[in-house]
Structure formats: C-alpha cells, structure tokens
Design a protein around this ligand. Structure first.
Ligand code: SAH
Ligand code: SF4
Ligand code: F3S
Length: 452
C-alpha cells in the first residue's frame, strides 16, 4: 500500500535571512518526505516564517495564522508552525492568541526543524526559543532559484540600535567558519549556481567571534579575508554581500571589492538618518560626514558603483529640520535604491519608550516626501545605463511578458530583454540598454558577444 506524501507550504515574511532560513527548513521537510504544495489550503503542514521588524509585519502574521487556525478546527491533522522573529519575540505568548499552534520556533532553531517536528508528532505542543549555539548547516536547502543563492556567513547582531528588535530575536553574533562557507559555495558551484550573496545582519562583524588574530592585532578572519578566500571557486561568477554597517566599513574592504573581479560593484550600506543628533539617538555610532566619506571612497575606487541603503523617517523627536537633513543626504549621494520606512515602535527597544513619538500623519508625510525624492534620484541614476552594454545574469522569465527574460546587472538593476529562458537561464549575457526606468532597465541581448 502506498500512502500519499504529506504536503507542506511555507510562507516567508521579512529579510533575506528569513528567506535563507526558509530554504533550509524546506530542505529539511523534503528530506523528511514532505512535498511542496503551492496551495496552502492543500497542505498538511503550514509554516509561517515571520518578521517583526515593524508592527505591520507582525500584524500580517496574525491575520494569516487566524485563517489557518480555523482550518485546523475542521482538519485536526493539520500541523501549524510559526517560525522566525515573531515566534522568538512572543514565545509562549503566541499560544494565548493562537492556541492551535503545534510548534513555535525562533530563528536560531531553524536547522533543528526535524527534531522539533518529531516531538510534535509524538503529541507535544513545542516551544523552541531558548538561545542556542546554531547547529552547523548540514541540511540541503531547497533553494528558490537555480542561479543565485544565499549563504549565511554570520548569524545574529551585537549592535544596540535603539529602534531595532533584531538583536533580541536573532541573538548574538555567530560566525560560520571559512571552511564551512567555502564548502557550501563549492557545492553550489557544482550544482550550477552562478551568483552567491553572502549574508549577515551586520556582515562587517564577520569573524570577530572566531579565534585568531594577525601579527598586527586585527582579527584573523574578516569579511575582506573571506572574499579573497572564496573568490576563485570555479563556476561562481558573481559575489555579493549584505548588509554593511557604516560603523565598521573599511577601506581594506573597498580595495578588495575593486581588486576582485567577481565581487559586484554594489554596496548596500544603510545610513538610517542624515542627521547627527538622530544618528546618536539611534546609537548608530557614526556621523553623516563619516557616511559620506565612505561613499566618496567607494566612488574614488569604483566611480560606477551602485549604492543602496535603508533609511527610517519619523524617529522619536525627529524635527522637520532633522528630517530635511535626511533629504539632503539622499539628494547629495544619489542612491540607486533606498528602502525607506516610517519608524515603528518595537517592544523591548529603548526608543519605543521615549515620550516624543511622532504622529502617524507626520511620519507618513515624511515617508512620502522621501520616497518621491528617492524615485527621482533613482531615475537619474538609471540614466547612466542608457546606450551602455551591461552584463546581465539571466535568472528567470519576465512573469509579465513570456517573450522576455530577466536578470540583474552587476550593479543590481533588474533588466529585461527578449529571449528564450530555456536557453538563457543561468547565462551571463551582454545587453544593450535601450530603455531606463527608476528601478529597472530594458535592452537587447547582443548575441554575437554572448557567443564569443
Ligand atoms: N542590519 C541592517 C538592517 C536591519 S533591519 C542594518 O543595520 O542596517 C532592516 C531595516 O529595517 C533597517 O535598516 C531599518 O531601516 C529598518 N528598521 C529596523 N527597525 C525599524 C523600526 N523599528 N521602524 C522602522 N524601520 C525599522
Ligand atoms: Fe538592527 Fe542595528 Fe543590528 Fe542592523 S545593526 S540589525 S539596525 S541592531
Ligand atoms: Fe524581520 Fe527578523 Fe529579518 S525581524 S527583517 S525577519 S531579522
């Protein structure tokens, strides 16, 4: 007698860390014999990998959970799992809101999913949120892409930005060893992956928790050293890394990116605010002058480098004038892309307790004004691509136009061109850019060069 395989569905919220964790958890489920179900309502196991960076991210999770909890009343065999940052933040408290849950697990426990589910299938309601040393990743992730892959190099964050929940939900910094990272990347190359993005919440902190110092007294393992170490893995054509912290960003790293051809000239360095007093209240540990110097230095070495960042508007006590300093920084630097957000008070963070919280009206007005400027500047930055020939790594078909393929330039601009995905997937092709928009480009593939 053959039994039908159990089906699972994972919904992922939040950042690239969560996406990478979801891919590893999907790998574990497949190893356990589960099969993917595109339709969540057809799944026997539902996993929400959650984000709590802002209140709206958290609320979204509860509305999804509510719907599945109802389904469980009709179908008691349904297994309901909540993983990720809301799970870590709320722990047992989630059960008061959603008693139907079978498993609540923090991000540090992602690699332990099989073990935790075994306890669930034995009839237990399980909560796994205690801090642990992250088990080295021996799982085979089920990756969404066959072309680009994420590789965690450091988990957690030791910073104390006064608005941010990440350190409390992701725990202290834990770097993976260069050997483990190298081995994972070698395997990815063998599987045909062309691009790897190294991941960390504060990637510049890589290695400071690993043993060993050099003769000059610096940590033996740094992000810069790691880039040199993994650069020559045959088959991997492009390297990216995120997220950089201005406090720790070094000229040594800039030089390495300039020197190493596979490292894409794209830097994601959140500045959060363009005002020194706000930066101080945020406990970011740098001034806007220092931030500008970093960007100047990058552009000195790599004049065409793409720069992206994150910024928050409406931080407690932020005055109109201070907000205008953020606008000024954005205007002066000209980001290729900027993720913007209105400040959201988060439980357990110092800034949430400050008295002078700004009204939602002020926050959303500032957000709109900033977004308007961001789109304007991004459109200007896109202009430089017009008529140029760009190297594009083809990732997929354009879902809106099947005659087109899409991929990214080195600088991370989404680019479309006519082409057959079956032939071009995973290929680096040359594209002559004929149309530019604020955040994407269109062009024509140059076949003669691509076959050369
Ligand atoms: N480690 C990265 C990013 C962490 S979270 C860094 O240090 O920059 C991603 C982004 O979410 C942050 O860069 C910040 O812009 C935003 N963010 C974090 N906490 C927030 C909050 N309480 N309200 C609004 N935005 C927030
Ligand atoms: Fe949060 Fe700051 Fe850590 Fe980034 S560096 S994750 S903003 S605490
Ligand atoms: Fe969200 Fe957790 Fe990432 S709070 S942004 S999923 S680290």
């Amino acid at each position: 007698m053959t039994s039908t395989p159990r089906r699972y569905h994972i919904t992922t919220f939040g950042c690239q860390m969560n996406k990478a964790d979801s891919e590893r958890m999907a790998g574990i489920l497949e190893d356990m014999g589960f099969k993917w179900s595109q339709d969540p309502n057809g799944a026997d196991l539902i996993l929400y990998n959650t984000c709590t960076i802002r209140d709206n991210a958290e609320q979204k999770v509860y509305s999804y959970l509510g719907r599945q909890a109802k389904r469980k009343h009709k179908n008691p065999d349904l297994t309901l799992v909540v993983a990720g940052c809301v799970a870590q933040q709320e722990g047992e408290k989630i059960l008061r809101r959603v008693p139907e849950l079978d498993l609540v697990m923090g991000p540090q426990h992602a690699n332990r999913l099989e073990d935790l589910l075994t306890q669930v299938f034995d009839g237990n309601q399980v909560i796994a949120t205690e801090p642990i040393h992250i088990v080295e990743d021996i799982t085979k992730p089920r990756r969404d892409s066959t072309v680009t892959a994420w590789v965690n190099i450091i988990y957690g964050c030791n910073e104390k930005c006064s608005y941010c929940v990440v350190p409390s939900v992701r725990g202290v910094e834990q770097s993976r060893t260069p050997e483990a990272i190298y081995a994972e990347m070698e395997l990815l190359a063998k599987q045909g992956y062309k691009e790897v993005t190294l991941l960390g919440q504060n990637i510049d902190a890589y290695g400071r928790d690993l043993p060993g110092v050099t003769a000059s007294g610096r940590h033996k393992h740094t992000l810069t050293d790691l880039l040199y170490q993994v650069h020559d893995i045959p088959g991997i054509e492009r390297l990216r890394f995120a997220t950089s912290h201005p406090r720790y960003f070094t000229e040594r790293l800039i030089k390495a990116c300039d020197e190493l051809p596979k490292v894409c000239e794209h830097f994601h360095i959140p500045f959060q605010s363009g005002d020194n007093d706000v930066l101080k209240a945020m406990k970011r540990g740098y001034t806007h002058q220092k931030y500008r110097k970093i960007i100047d230095k990058i552009r000195e070495y790599m004049p065409d480098a793409s720069i992206s960042a994150d910024a928050i508007v409406g931080f407690p006590e932020e005055t109109e004038e201070q907000f205008e300093n953020t606008l000024k920084l954005v205007d002066d630097i000209g980001f290729d892309q900027l993720n913007t957000a209105a400040y959201s008070p988060r439980p357990g963070t110092p800034a949430a307790l400050w008295e002078q919280q700004l009204s939602e009206e002020v926050k959303s007005d500032r957000l709109q004004r900033l977004n308007h400027l961001v789109a304007q500047k991004a459109a200007q930055r896109s202009q430089r691509y017009l008529g140029r020939i760009e190297e594009v790594l083809v990732e997929d078909q354009n879902p809106k136009d099947n005659s087109q393929v899409m991929g990214r330039t080195q600088g991370n601009r989404l680019t479309f061109c006519k082409g057959n995905i079956d032939e071009l997937k995973g290929q680096l092709i040359k594209v002559e850019i004929t149309e530019v928009r604020a955040f994407s480009l269109t062009g024509e593939a140059i076949v003669s060069i691509c076959n050369a």
